[in-house]
Write a protein that binds this ligand. Structure first.
Ligand code: PMP
Length: 465
């Protein structure tokens, strides 16, 4: 795409001013942001984005964990244009359907795990999560047990920011705002061995963390629980990869107490962990999953929920409407782009590439180039997603005092040095586009090292080391 930097730079401050006056940003402190001025991103290609000051930035986050095929995919733009010209919109409420949505449902079913072959559409991960919440509760109502409506999730989980997603998630900062929250949601501890495992081995801690689910089920009564909801890897919680012992034990517990297992694949889905879904990577057999982001590579907003036979059969047997849906459920343009995304992923072998080549390379390169850094306590990750724990003292795993926001300091150094790496507290997280090459992974690791050095200097200057 052509970009005129002269025009853009001439309008830089006026754009920032307009933005400051009229735009309320998500998850932002409006005053602080407006004083500084938002950075203006102008165009993007492959794994890079550019700002209007001419800075080229390596996007280590694939936007917000979503631009899996990278920027500048002409095929996706072409299919969107064509669909806009033929049928830009029609709903799926009035006993109507259209090509893109029916074909996309089939394409999704061709890659989902197990029997998850019936697909409901939404436009965002949060809407998919609300759908999943209503659907799991509705399932038990159909089964004659409407009281069975408690949803169990985990501390530090992120499931979106609608009232449903906020309530289900485990982010205390979000719970404090915009309540009261949706009732009948319980939470258990997260499986964060490095941060919370104490003296336990990784395997033993995985079992302890999973058995917290059993304890919770017994505490509230098994016949009151609708579902356990969790991400295969907690993404926005800091890329927390559970110990290998965790998921098999969760699966056992859900089976034993007949609890629906709902897996939030919004980040892990579509190749991120080196398989189509995180459930494949961790050998989970869910009853229902949510997905978004990588479904359209972030090019248009679209999300989905896939259900297996258990829920699907209940819905079919029940001679009543499921009173739920969105104006844009199965939007034809978004569906056409998602369909093309899946086609490209298949023809280019993107999932296999992440599984066999770039994923292992990325994980190895991160460890080889960063493990010895004085700030790096732990590097965790699978496929093309990783979390780096920053610590004050490696030997004791001591964190920096909260007065020094080490994650934000590091993130700002990254931003200033041509790299997007996000901070979640003191964990730095990475989720580059899945088309990243080995050469670009090397560049990414070099940039991270430089920024960690700068962060170390900042911490020293602040007297924290
Ligand atoms: N679930 C998970 C696991 C997520 O990571 C996110 C977004 N980061 C959501 C749900 C919500 O998705 P959205 O922002 O599209 O509503």
């Amino acid at each position: 795409m052509k970009h005129d930097s002269t025009t853009a730079s001439a309008s830089h401050s006026s754009l920032q001013q307009t933005d400051a006056r009229f735009h309320l940003h998500p998850f932002s402190n409006a005053t602080r942001l407006n004083n500084k001025g938002a950075r203006v991103i102008t165009h993007a290609d492959g794994v890079y984005i550019w700002d209007d000051q001419g800075n080229k930035i390596l996007d280590g986050m694939a936007g917000l964990w979503c631009v899996n095929l990278g920027y500048g995919r002409e095929e996706l733009a072409a299919v969107a244009e064509q669909q806009m010209r033929t049928l830009p919109y029609y709903n799926t409420f009035f006993q109507t359907t259209h090509g893109p949505v029916a074909q996309l449902a089939e394409a999704i079913a061709s890659v989902t795990p197990g029997d998850l072959n019936r697909i409901f559409f939404a436009s965002s991960g949060s809407e998919a999560i609300d759908t999943l919440m209503r659907l799991t509760r509705h399932y038990w109502a159909i089964k004659g047990k409407p009281w069975r409506n408690i949803l169990i999730s985990r501390d530090n989980a992120y499931h979106g920011s609608t009232i449903g997603g906020t309530s289900l998630g485990g982010m205390s900062g979000m719970h404090q705002q915009g309540g009261p929250l949706v009732p009948n949601i319980e939470r258990i501890r997260q499986p964060y061995w490095y941060g919370e495992g104490g003296d336990q081995s990784e395997e033993a801690f995985g079992l302890t963390a999973a058995r917290a689910l059993e304890e919770k089920i017994l505490a509230v009564g098994p016949d009151n629980v609708a579902a356990f909801v969790a991400e295969p890897i907690q993404g926005a919680g800091g890329v927390i990869v559970p110990p290998a012992s965790y998921w098999p034990e969760i699966q056992r517990i859900c089976r034993q107490y007949d609890i629906l297992l709902a897996v939030d694949e919004v980040i892990c889905g579509f190749g991120r962990t080196g398989n189509w879904f995180g459930s494949d990577t961790f050998n989970i057999q869910p009853d229902i999953i949510s997905m978004a982001k990588g479904l359209s590579s972030g090019y248009l907003p679209i999300a989905a929920v896939a259900v297996g036979d258990r829920i699907s059969n209940a819905l079919m047997e029940h001679d009543n409407d499921f009173n739920h849906g969105f104006t844009y459920s199965g939007h034809p343009v978004a569906a056409a782009v998602a369909l093309k995304t899946i086609e490209i992923m298949k023809t280019e072998g993107i999932v296999e590439q992440v599984r066999d080549s770039t994923g292992p390379y990325f994980q190895k390169a991160l460890r080889e180039s960063l493990s010895d850094h004085p700030l790096v306590g732990q590097i965790d990750g699978v496929g093309l997603v990783a979390g780096i724990a920053l610590v004050q003292d490696k030997a004791t795993k001591t964190l920096f005092p909260s007065s020094l926001d080490i994650g934000m300091i590091c993130r700002d150094h990254c931003f200033a040095n041509g790299l997007i790496m996000r901070a979640v507290g003191s964990r730095m997280v990475l989720s580059p586009p899945l088309i990243i090459s080995k050469t670009e992974i090397n560049e990414l690791c070099q940039k991270i090292r430089t920024c960690l050095d700068l962060t170390l200097t900042s911490a020293q200057q602040a007297g924290a080391l």
